[in-house]
Design a protein around this ligand. Structure first.
Ligand SMILES: C[S@@+](CC[C@H](N)C(=O)[O-])C[C@H]1O[C@@H](n2cnc3c(N)ncnc32)[C@H](O)[C@@H]1O
Length: 295
């Protein structure tokens, strides 16, 4: 307490008020109490501030993450649309238009089990292919190949052979023109074959290893095609892969004992699922081994 206060208290005592030491002690007690309270309050404010800081940091991170994801999604969308727009402009091909079933020239009993024409999106396909790297010595077969965009894209990944199977005559004609234009423009010498055929009737070759399906048909044809691939693996045991984009009939493959899912990924809006006959090949090897050890 400063000297001015002491002097004032002494004056009060002389004037007949409360004795100075008592007043002094009370004032000290009040001061002490006030200081404690103030320190407590400051402490509490400190704790609150720290807490608020933590909350703010947390919210900032959340907003950053959400914002980041949204921005990434937008950028992905733009890049995907740009790559599709650029594909036909770059090569002078025509793969972009979406054609409904009634715009397709189809002569097949499976006509109504088919899905309209829509091309694979370039960027998601390239992202998938660079992730899987299946190219070496493999044959890529697009069942329901439309105007041939997936065939041209696949031809860049070192496949030994690329085959397209399409049941719509007008799409086959466009695909043939596209291949010629593409070859001329890129100087590509990739072996690409186009078959005007119903996919259910395609005779699977022992050398066929990668089957590409962009949601081409519904359950009935899907069942037939999966069984054809399975029979081919039983005949000539080997690892085959089924790449299924927009897998609406995935239950058909997942319910089949010959295939197991080995990969699933969503690239922008394109969901790819990859199945393999690895399990069957392993089983076959074990049976062979058992046979050898018995004999
Ligand atoms: C979604 S488009 C995919 C086109 C192409 N695969 C691509 O990724 O660019 C499906 C294609 O499958 C064809 N399709 C549907 N059923 C078929 C069948 N049973 N046999 C052959 N092609 C079929 C349609 O005509 C259409 O061109």
């Amino acid at each position: 307490m400063n000297s001015l206060w002491c002097r004032r208290l002494a004056c009060r005592e002389i004037a007949g008020g409360t004795p100075a030491p008592q007043v002094y002690n009370r004032v000290r007690a009040v001061g002490h109490f006030a200081r404690l309270n103030l320190e407590g309050a400051i402490d509490r404010v400190g704790v609150c501030e720290r807490l608020m800081g933590e909350v703010k940091n947390f919210l900032r991170k959340m907003v950053g993450a959400l914002g980041g994801r949204a921005v990434r999604k937008h950028i992905d969308g733009w890049l995907t649309a740009y790559a599709d727009w650029r594909f036909d402009r770059r090569f002078g091909t025509e793969t972009k238009p979406i054609l409904e079933l009634d715009q397709l020239d189809i002569d097949s009993e499976n006509r109504d089990h088919g899905v309209h024409y829509q091309p694979t999106q370039t960027r998601p396909f390239n992202l998938l292919m660079s992730t899987l790297s299946l190219g070496k010595n493999a044959t890529f077969v697009d069942l329901g190949s439309g105007m041939g965009r997936a065939l041209m894209l696949a031809s860049e990944y070192g496949f030994k052979r690329v085959v397209g199977v399409e049941y719509a005559k007008n799409l086959c004609e466009i695909a043939n023109q596209n291949m010629a234009i593409y070859r001329r423009k890129t100087g590509s010498d990739a072996k690409i074959a186009l078959l005007h055929l119903d996919a259910a009737k395609y005779a699977i070759q022992d050398s066929d290893t990668v089957f590409y399906l962009y949601n081409p048909f519904h359950d009935a044809v899907m069942r037939q095609v999966v069984e054809n691939i399975h029979q081919s693996v039983l005949r000539a045991p080997r690892k085959v892969y089924i790449i299924y984009l927009n897998p609406l009939c995935r239950k058909v493959i997942e319910g089949h004992p010959g295939f197991e899912m080995i990969f699933e990924q969503l690239y922008h809006r394109s969901r790819f699922v990859v199945y393999s006959s690895i399990y069957l090949v392993r089983l076959q090897a074990e049976v062979d081994q058992l046979g050898r050890s018995r004999s």
